[in-house]
Design a protein around this ligand. Structure first.
Ligand code: IMP
Length: 423
C-alpha cells in the first residue's frame, strides 16, 4: 500500500485537521511528520470543537493508530495538556498513540531562546509562535538535541542539564530583557516527561515499513503550509521544518517511491499569521469581512490572521513543489456575499508580468494582477451536494481547476465534519 500525504498549500491554517479527521475512516494509520506545538489543528464534530497541536488528527477515531513521527518536535508540557484535554473522550491512548523515539524534545530553554531571539530582532521579527520550534530544530541539525528515545537512557538528565546550561548562556548573549524562573519551568517539564514516558515509544520508520508491507493504509499529516517551508517558503519568514511533500519522507522514513496520493488543501482565499510578504493582502473592508466571517484567529496564539484574495501564482508553485494529485478547497462559505471575487493570476515583478513565484515577493518588488469573477450570495453551509452549488461557485471552481491542472475533490462549506462535499 502506498502512503498518501495531506499538506497545506498556503501559509498554514488551511483546515488540515478537519480533512484528516474526515478522511481517517479510509486509513488505518495517521502519521504527523514535522512541526510541533506551533500547529493548531481544529476539529469539530457532535457540537464539540477541539484543537490539537502535536497529536495527529485521527485521534478521535477509535480504530485509527496515530503516529508522531521522527520529524516532529515535542514539548512534553504542551503534550501533557493535550492529553489532559483528551481524557473526557476516554480514548485508549497507550494503544492508539505511538511516538517515534527519534522525535526531538522541546526544552523550556528552547522556548526562552525563541523569545530572546525574536525580541532581539525588533522590527525584523518572524512573528514566531514562540513555542521553541526554531531553537529545537537548530539543536537537531547542530547535533545537540535530546530525543524521545533518550528518555529511556539512564544519563538523559545529565544531557538535559548540559544543554539547558548552554542555552542559559546563549540567552544571556542576547541583549534583551527576559524574565523567567527556570526552576519553575523545569518542574512542569519533568512532571510532563513522566507522563510522556507512560506512552508507547516506537522505532517509527520500522513500524510504518511493516504496516505498509502488511497492507495497512497510511495517511501522512502535514502541519503549517508550503509557503512556510524552510527551503521553499518565504524565507526567513518561515517555520524551521520542511512542510512540503519531501518532509514526509524524512519525517517518517518513507521512501519517495512509496508515496501515493498527495492531497493539497487550500482556502478559497488566503490568510497569513505572523510577519512576512503577502502579495494579495487586503487592508480594506473585504479583508475585514473575510477575517470576521472566517473567524480568522490563530488556533495556537489567538492572533488575528491577515487576509487576502486567493493567490494562484503562489498556489501553483505549491502544487508543483508537492506534486499534488487532488485538491481540497476550504471555507468557500466565507466568500458568500461578495459581489465580485478576485483571484491573483500573475505578478508584476521588476516591471514585467510573470506567473511564477520569484525569489523575492516583498511588496516593493511585486504587485498582484487580478482576474475578477462573479461572487455568490447563497449560504453554502447547509448544502450537502454539489448539485446545490450556485453557478458562480461552480465557475470559480472550474477556473481554479483549469489554472492549477488538478481536480478539486472536496469543497468544505463549514467547520463541522458533516459540512464536507465530495466532488
Ligand atoms: P514558528 O514555527 O513558531 O517559529 O513560527 C514561524 C512562522 O510560521 C510564524 O510566522 C508563524 O506565525 C508561522 N506558523 C507557525 N506555525 C503555524 C501554523 O500552524 N499555522 C500558521 N502559521 C504558522
Amino acid at each position: 500500500m502506498a502512503v498518501d500525504l495531506l499538506l497545506g498549500l498556503q501559509w498554514g491554517d488551511e483546515g488540515k485537521g478537519k480533512i484528516v479527521d474526515v478522511l481517517t475512516n479510509n486509513y488505518d494509520i495517521i502519521a504527523r511528520f514535522q512541526g510541533g506545538p506551533n500547529a493548531g489543528h481544529t476539529l469539530e464534530f457532535d457540537g464539540i470543537k477541539h484543537v490539537l497541536h502535536t497529536i495527529p488528527s485521527g485521534i478521535f477515531h477509535k480504530n485509527a493508530i496515530n503516529v508522531v513521527g521522527n520529524g516532529v518536535v515535542i514539548d512534553p508540557v504542551i503534550f501533557k495538556k493535550e492529553l489532559d484535554n483528551l481524557e473526557q473522550f476516554q480514548l485508549d491512548i497507550t494503544k492508539t498513540l505511538l511516538i517515534s523515539r527519534k522525535a526531538h524534545l522541546i526544552l523550556p530553554t528552547h522556548r526562552l531562546l525563541d523569545a530572546a531571539s525574536e525580541a532581539s530582532k525588533g522590527k525584523a521579527k518572524i512573528g514566531s509562535t514562540l513555542k521553541g520550534i526554531g531553537p529545537t530544530y537548530m539543536d537537531k541539525t547542530g547535533r545537540n538535541g535530546i530525543r524521545v528515545g533518550d528518555l529511556e537512557m539512564s544519563d538523559w538528565e545529565e544531557k538535559y542539564r548540559a544543554l539547558a546550561d548552554k542555552h542559559e548562556s546563549m540567552i544571556a548573549y542576547y541583549d534583551v530583557q527576559l524574565e523567567y524562573d527556570l526552576e519553575d519551568l523545569e518542574k512542569d517539564f519533568f512532571e510532563a516527561v513522566e507522563v510522556l514516558k507512560k506512552l508507547t515509544f516506537i522505532d517509527s520508520e520500522e513500524y510504518l515499513y511493516q504496516a505498509r508491507k502488511n497492507g495497512k493504509k497510511i495517511l501522512a499529516e502535514g502541519a503549517q503550509g508550503s509557503l512556510l517551508d524552510i527551503d521553499f517558503g518565504t524565507y526567513p519568514f518561515v517555520t524551521s521544518s520542511n512542510t512540503t511533500a519531501a518532509g514526509a519522507c524524512t519525517g517518517l522514513g518513507i521512501a519517495p517511491n512509496q508515496i501515493g496520493e498527495v492531497f493539497g488543501i487550500f482556502k478559497a482565499y488566503t490568510t497569513r499569521v505572523g510577519s512576512g510578504p503577502f502579495p494579495t493582502e487586503l487592508f480594506d473592508s473585504d479583508g475585514e469581512t473575510m477575517g470576521r466571517v472566517g473567524n480568522e484567529f490563530g488556533a495556537t496564539t489567538g492572533r488575528p490572521r491577515r487576509c487576502g484574495w486567493l493567490d494562484l501564482v503562489a498556489l501553483k508553485y505549491a502544487v508543483q513543489v508537492n506534486g499534488v494529485t487532488a485538491l481540497m478547497m476550504m471555507k468557500g462559505d466565507v466568500l458568500s456575499g461578495f459581489d465580485t471575487i478576485k483571484v491573483c493570476t500573475a505578478y508584476v515583478y521588476k516591471g514585467k508580468e510573470i506567473t511564477h513565484l520569484p525569489y523575492n515577493i516583498e511588496p516593493e518588488n511585486v504587485t498582484a494582477v487580478y482576474s475578477e469573477m462573479n461572487g455568490w450570495q447563497q449560504d453554502l453551509t447547509k448544502m450537502d451536494h454539489i448539485d446545490q452549488f450556485p453557478d458562480s461557485l461552480n465557475a470559480y471552481i472550474a477556473f481554479l481547476e483549469k489554472e492549477l491542472e488538478v481536480p478539486i475533490k472536496i469543497v468544505s462549506v463549514g467547520p463541522d465534519r458533516t459540512q464536507t462535499i465530495h466532488r
